[in-house]
Design a protein around this ligand. Structure first.
Ligand code: ADP
Ligand code: MG
Length: 478
């Protein structure tokens, strides 16, 4: 691999982690000047870029380079104005890279649409409304309050058109109705690839009826639906007061039901409470199995958060997840929304997610009446001014006591917090090594110096440590 190809590979890895605008600004006309043993020497066209790249993206660049060549231990930035010259072959023009990545994204989306083309019995294809294959029965977390709807969905997926027909799932917004009904569709297609599965929202059904009436295509509309083996209709409360659609739906429902085709319906309320729906429809809806999704309890909320972290391959401290599960009680969608926001912000500011960042998100998104377990105002007004203050913040962050921090115990779980604490007192409060040593049970100043240097060095390569320190600084009010 040439030096230039090497750098292009590094850039391709970096690209998805940096906004497009920043990427274009900071990486244009950069290049590898040399790879010398374990050192990658990157040429940048200006002084300004040198500072930015090394400080802001240093760790990312190192990581990306190491993924391609694990030998590389450090990256040096060298100002080389010649890279700006159009003819300089070392400089990489990143615009084509950006363009290529965008094109790939478009292709991906196209593939996704193709997945939703479902094959029918005689090889024909019908296009179902977007069914998301992210929704599965496996990744639906089962707790005390949703085990019945989940069990019924599993039964229907194994034996469509069996005893649970129709299956009617109801519950408040954001509790997993769409997830379950689409999971049934995905599961049936997996078990019975020849079945025609149709997922549609009632809203969409209504607009199709309206369109069919307008274009006088009613017969082909009817024919299309009568071919379906599994009919999944989301949010049937939307049929309220839509009279022609209700009638059309009634006929479709009856024909499919009489032919033993599986029907699954979801709604935000029980069949009897569907105001504006004909009685005959309500009673049809209640004919099979009616199950309610309830708000998940604390343990289920926590399990859902853990599941979502696993799915997005993020590691979040269990204390933080506990805190979110305690405070966001409304529904699963909001739970997910808060988690996503926490992840986005911690990535943006390069912090490990902490109770503080979680509390701030919950407050800003207004997802709790009152935040339990964290006095956000007091913490926001706090500024660490003494070494005691820093010790307190660091010990809370790492879940150790101040006594342990100061102690002689050389257990590895204590060494890192201790070193970080010394480093922060030195760098943020400017105390002398001697004084810090005294504060840590009379340690020698060279011990402190060693700890500070070690931490500073580690910060150059250890992205997790950078995030910890950033989070702690924020707790310190810096
Ligand atoms: P509804 O259709 O009831 O308004 P959704 O099915 O859209 O709710 O669910 C909202 C979000 O919450 C979805 O991202 C879904 O995956 C998630 N969700 C809901 N319940 C669960 C659960 N028990 N386990 C995992 N994720 C869930
Ligand atoms: Mg829904």
């Amino acid at each position: 691999m040439t030096k230039k190809d090497f750098w292009i590979s590094v850039l391709k890895r970096l690209m998805p982690t940096i906004t497009k605008a920043n990427f274009l600004t900071w990486f244009q006309n950069t290049g590898v000047l040399e790879i010398e043993k374990d050192t990658l020497k990157v040429g940048v066209p200006s002084n300004y870029l040198e500072t930015w790249l090394s400080q802001k993206y240093g760790i990312k660049i190192l990581q990306a380079a190491q993924e391609i060549n694990p030998e590389i231990k450090k990256v040096e930035y060298i100002v080389e104005t010649a890279l700006m010259n159009p003819g300089d072959i070392r400089a990489v023009d990143i615009r084509p890279i950006v363009a290529a990545v965008n094109e790939k994204k478009v292709r991906k989306v196209k593939n996704l649409n193709e997945v939703t083309m479902m094959s029918g019995a005689n090889g024909e294809k019908i296009l179902s409304q977007m069914m998301n294959n992210r929704y599965k029965l496996d990744n639906f977390v089962v707790g005390f309050d949703n085990r019945l709807p989940h069990a019924a969905s599993a039964a229907v997926s194994k034996v469509p058109g069996g005893i649970y027909n129709p299956l009617y799932i109801y519950g408040k917004v954001g509790l997993g109705k769409t997830h379950l009904v689409q999971a049934i569709g995905n599961e049936i297609l997996r078990n019975f690839p020849n079945k025609i599965v149709k997922y549609i929202t009632a809203e969409r059904f209504v607009s199709e009826v309206v369109e069919a009436i307008g274009k006088r295509h009613m017969q082909s509309f009817k024919d299309r639906y009568r071919k379906v083996d599994v009919f999944l209709v989301d949010d049937v409360q939307f049929f309220a007061r839509k009279d022609s659609s209700q009638q059309e739906f009634f006929h479709t429902f009856n024909e499919l039901y009489d032919a033993n085709k599986q029907i699954v319906l979801t709604s935000d309320r029980a069949p009897a409470e569907l105001d504006g729906l004909e009685e005959r429809l309500k009673s049809r809806f209640a004919m099979g199995m009616v199950v309610e999704l309830l708000c998940p309890d604390f343990e289920t909320r926590l399990a859902i958060l853990q599941q979502k972290c696993r799915e997005s391959q993020m590691i979040i401290d269990s204390e933080v997840l506990n805190f979110v599960a305690t405070n966001v009680q409304s529904n699963v969608r909001e739970l997910e929304g808060v988690l996503k926001q926490i992840l986005a912000e911690t990535q943006l500011f390069n912090l490990v997610p902490t109770i503080r960042s979680a509390a701030e998100v919950i407050k800003r998104m207004n997802k709790a009446h009152q935040i339990i377990g964290y006095d956000i105002e007091a913490k926001q007004n706090f500024i660490a001014r003494s070494s005691q203050d820093v010790m307190k913040v660091v010990s809370e962050h790492f879940n150790v006591t101040i006594e342990q921090l100061i102690s002689e115990d050389r257990h590895s779980d204590l060494m890192l917090p201790r070193h970080v604490c010394m480093y922060l007192i030195k760098n943020e409060l400017g105390e002398s090594y001697e004084k810090i040593g005294l504060g840590f049970g009379g340690r020698n100043h060279t011990t402190v110096m060693h700890a500070c240097n070690k931490t500073a060095k580690k910060l150059r390569t250890d992205i997790r440590l950078v995030r910890d320190i950033n989070a702690i600084k924020r707790e310190m009010g810096l």
